[in-house]
Design a protein. Structure first.
Lengths: 210, 210, 210, 210
DNA sequence: TATGAATGAGATTTCATTCAT
DNA sequence: CATGAATGAAATCTCATTCAT
């Protein structure tokens, strides 16, 4: 679920590493990827020195958090595919579980800088590809089932996700939850196979997303 | 279109002020609200000193840009309402013009920090309210026309906008444009008065958005 | 002798802290409390960063120097009281040792700004009060002995000190020393119990000095 | 009373110049000679441009204020010498009038920087010399009269003045006034011809004061 | 000529990263 | 190994001075 385990790592070191990633995930997600390293260290309950021993610089930490997150989402996607009776339902479930996706996307797309960092990383590239393959299967499946409009591809869906997942901060939790749910529902309605407006352009595939 | 003119301001000063806001809009929009002030000054073709004379600190600049932007969008909304034959078409046009909205929303909602700054500012609060009033009229109109699903309110639409407008950086411009257009179309389809999934919760009004 | 030790502080950090205060004392005393922080850091043999880690801003440094200084003077006063055979002699000795007081007073009273900063600080307030209590004892003692004119109180003496200690910069060191000694002597003569001019007003007590 | 009138100067320009000097005197005296030029301009009711047209830089302004002040004090000294029946009384009166001296001394001695500036200026040097000559006359006279202790010279008195005149800011105006009066009285008692402590060193003449 | 806008050098402050304890 | 102190480069901000209006 995390990554790059090289050498097994002693138990306490392991624990530190996990605490750091957890702290970083939460802080990045709340304040963006520019927070002082010391802040993250404090939140993780370790000294900066320890943080730097584990992650040589900020970029490495960002990468590690992203890898961890993509891995979680990939897990989710696979479980959904396996457990849901139809591809459409798997897709819908994934959309609703998307809170997890949140950070990945945030990191991947929010700040230009973070994106530069992540798009270099092969570990991330490969996870992202696996995720898109999974998504492609769902999309094709749901189209075969006749439930998903035929003029979209996995790229469209991924990008729609991406939009969604930029959680809207800073209003009451109740409204946040409600608004997320309702936005998802509206989007899902827009995705349903139905007359509707013909979409402009061409279906966006996973190859359109760098 | 801009704001807070206090004392008329000499012609050259005025020009500089406008250049600074324009530069800041563009740079904030591309790199977020943390870029060095010197960068912004350079892009505006003035010295840092000038920037600071006009805007005592970064927050003041962020506020000024947001005010300017909200004012533009409000303009757009009013023109759309006036010129389009139906409320639904006005709404659709506004959604498509939403690239303008981009920055307002980005600034208003993207980073927790920026949001804190903006939500204090009375000028912004009042512009935002005017905008939501405008939107409310469109929504009610379109529902009366029978084109907009009846279980949404202006808050829903605003939040949907907001999602949309977080332009997805960092892919080819062609894909960016395409994806934006297609996402809008899908959302619009989702908004159409039609069977569809009943939405969870209750319509979100403008009073639900702080 | 210094102050506010919160957590014990590592040996090297402690050493740095002391060096910074020493350097600041000397530089403030020579050039006033506006010298560039970098100057102070250099004089202390540390980087600016270190200085700022220890003292979050200039005010904090000023406060720390003042606390350190008041503490020294209080020490001096107590030793004088204990070791000298008469209160009068203790007072005279304190006056002559007053070069130490120099900076405290300079900082406390010289620049309006510095004074604002210091008068907030409870640590300084309490040290100053202790010092004035000490002084009051000397004054009362010397008056009982019949050596000090009866129409003064500790406030008068403190203010006289304060004047004196604003060392006159900027002439040859020899003249500086001489002039200080001579001024003290003249003032002491003025304080001796004698016919002399009756003083205007009323004795100023320590409650007259904020 | 002011200085360096080169060309007569138009009436309004003259007025501006005087306002600036008055404002600068008051502000320097309250906050030291480092206040922003803009502050001074504002207090004088003119733009910075005007200030700079009159005084090419801060040093020139400091010099002008000092010249103006020394001139006033010299006037006072001469009047005292002329109008008082004895040299001693003239001296005492001058001491009491010393509040006027305040700024001169403050500027002349307070900040090392200001002192550097002033000691270069020939106009000031000559005013100061005239003042010290005046003082020397009083001192000698009072010694001849037998009222002033014989082991002091005009340098001692000037330096004692100087100390005094660093008015102690920042307590209640009543205490300030009282304390000044009482300190002067104590010093005068200390200066009276009397047994007293023999002073250390040698009389300081005006040649000891650079 | 008076004004106040523009400039940029320098001061303050922050923080990523290294390194002694 | 973990810690947190030290460093200095880079950012923020201020202000003396010049110059367009």
């Amino acid at each position: 679920m995390s990554a790059d385990p090289q050498v097994p790592l002693r138990a306490d070191a392991r624990r530190n590493r996990d605490q750091i990633i957890a702290a970083a995930r939460s802080i990045f997600s709340d304040f963006g990827p520019e927070v002082p390293m010391e802040e993250i260290a404090r939140a993780a309950g370790v000294g900066v020195g320890t943080l730097y021993r584990r992650f040589p610089d900020r970029d490495a930490l960002i990468r590690a958090v992203a890898v961890d997150n993509f891995a979680r989402v990939l897990d989710d996607a696979r479980q959904a595919a396996e457990q849901e009776p139809t591809a459409w339902l798997a897709l819908v479930r994934l959309l609703h579980q998307s809170v997890e996706l949140h950070l990945s996307v945030q990191l991947a797309m929010l700040s230009k800088k973070a994106h530069e960092i992540l798009k270099e990383d092969p570990a991330i590239a490969s996870l992202r590809d696996e995720l898109l393959v999974e998504l492609e299967a769902m999309v094709r499946g749901a189209q075969r089932e006749g439930t998903l409009r035929p003029d979209v591809a996995e790229g469209d869906v991924a990008l729609l996700f991406a939009l969604l997942l930029r959680q809207l901060e800073s209003r009451s939790p109740e409204v946040t939850r409600l608004s997320t749910e309702r936005s998802i529902a509206i989007m899902i309605d827009g995705l349903k196979a139905q007359p509707g407006t013909p979409l402009p352009g061409r279906p966006l595939s996973r190859h359109d997303i760098h």
